[in-house]
Design a protein around this ligand. Structure first.
Ligand SMILES: Nc1nc2c(ncn2[C@@H]2O[C@H](COP(=O)(O)OP(=O)(O)O)[C@@H](O)[C@H]2O)c(=O)[nH]1
Ligand SMILES: [Mg+2]
Ligand SMILES: [Zn+2]
Length: 343
């Protein structure tokens, strides 16, 4: 495996650069206003996008984001470069910020959805994040952090497992428990992103994996909450191979108009629905509704069903509102992750 491949370069990107001659490729590792740090065969370069790319950009999604592969003209002696194109993304996490769609991270294979055990995680949020991950073409893994601050970590884990089609891990960096199990998701050339509210211990976890205190971590607070320390996204190379993206805390993730992602996240409801009398059952007042029956028999929680309906509604609304957005190209036609593969 060459250097580029170790950073995630693959055939999917290779195909896109056939017609670029005299250029190099690089991966964006961080973003600072309109400057980007990129990894290239010349080392790390500070780069700027060319005017045409800025001019042609309809929204922020058209500009480079952390994790993107870009086409560059390098000036190795000055350790700088200009970015001429952003290659099509294999996957991307999106969110709405300041009224526009933004890419939180690009070309991610696996996402660790981190929730701290110092309070019981909001199961509805867990469901939402999982659905958003599947929709983005990324495999989710739920990480319940700070197990040392909870008296009942295993109990909370089983509650989370009951709403999760993704694996769930209980970890404590302070006690060094459970963390090594997460290493099985590291694979050379594959990118993991950490998402979750700020203060849950994402940067601490990454420092543990890096084996050094590379990232700033919030000073401990009495309530175990932590505060906002990570201010920008950053792509890092793991010593064991593989890549990891640290993100600042995020309240919410954007769902996109890919119903299939929801279907995977709520596979239990999908399966039940196959036994409803009507194929297009809305699980409202229809007779012989297997989903409602499961709720009344206590097999399915009403909150989970209501959240599923709410997310469905949101997806339907997105579909309408994104019709006018050119960035629709980032929202649909994404392939779903292969759930059987670990790496
Ligand atoms: N008790 C406990 N605290 C932790 C653990 N991991 C991180 N923290 C603390 O949680 C706070 C926030 O951590 P940080 O990594 O900055 O969180 P981030 O905002 O998600 O990146 C810091 O004070 C950490 O020391 C853990 O396993 N147990
Ligand atoms: Mg952080
Ligand atoms: Zn039904």
């Amino acid at each position: 495996m060459n250097e580029l491949q170790a950073w995630g370069w693959e055939e999917f990107f290779e195909r896109q650069v056939k017609h670029f001659r005299g250029f190099d490729v690089a991966r964006v590792c961080s973003e600072h206003k309109r400057y980007y740090k990129v990894w290239s065969i010349y080392g790390e370069l500070t780069s700027k996008v060319i005017g045409k790319l800025l001019y042609d950009a309809v929204d922020r999604c058209d500009l480079p984001a952390v994790g993107d592969w870009v086409v560059i003209k390098a000036r190795p002696r000055e350790a700088s470069a200009t970015i001429h194109a952003v290659l099509k993304r294999r996957s991307s996490f999106l969110r709405f910020k300041d009224g526009e769609l933004q890419v939180v991270g690009a070309n991610i294979d696996t996402v660790f959805l981190v929730f701290s055990l110092n309070v019981e995680p909001d199961l509805r949020k867990v469901e939402r994040y999982i659905a958003a991950a599947y929709q983005s073409g990324v495999k989710p893994v739920v990480v319940l952090s700070k197990a040392d601050l909870s008296e009942t970590p295993e109990e909370i884990k089983s509650k989370v497992l009951s709403v999760s089609t993704a694996p769930v891990h209980v970890v404590s960096v302070f006690k060094e428990s459970g963390v090594d199990e997460l290493k099985r998701y590291f694979c050379e050339g594959k990118t993991i992103a950490l998402l979750g509210p700020s203060g849950v211990g994402k940067s601490t976890l990454i420092n543990y994996f890096l084996g050094e205190k590379r990232l700033a971590v919030a000073a401990a607070t009495a309530d175990g909450q932590g505060k906002h320390t990570t201010t920008s996204k950053q792509l890092l190379l793991l010593p064991s191979g593989g890549l990891i993206i640290d993100t600042p805390g995020m309240r919410d993730l954007q769902l996109c108009d890919l119903q299939a992602g929801l279907d995977i996240a709520f596979q239990d409801i999908q399966t039940l629905a196959q036994s409803c009398r009507f194929a297009d059952c809305n699980h409202e007042a229809e007779p012989d509704c297997a989903v409602k029956n499961a709720v009344s028999e206590g097999q399915l929680s009403l909150e989970r069903l209501l959240n599923y309906k709410k997310l469905l509604q949101e997806v339907a609304e997105k579909r309408l509102s994104h019709k006018s957005l050119r960035s629709k190209k980032y929202l649909s036609s994404k392939s779903l992750p292969d759930l059987n593969e670990l790496c």
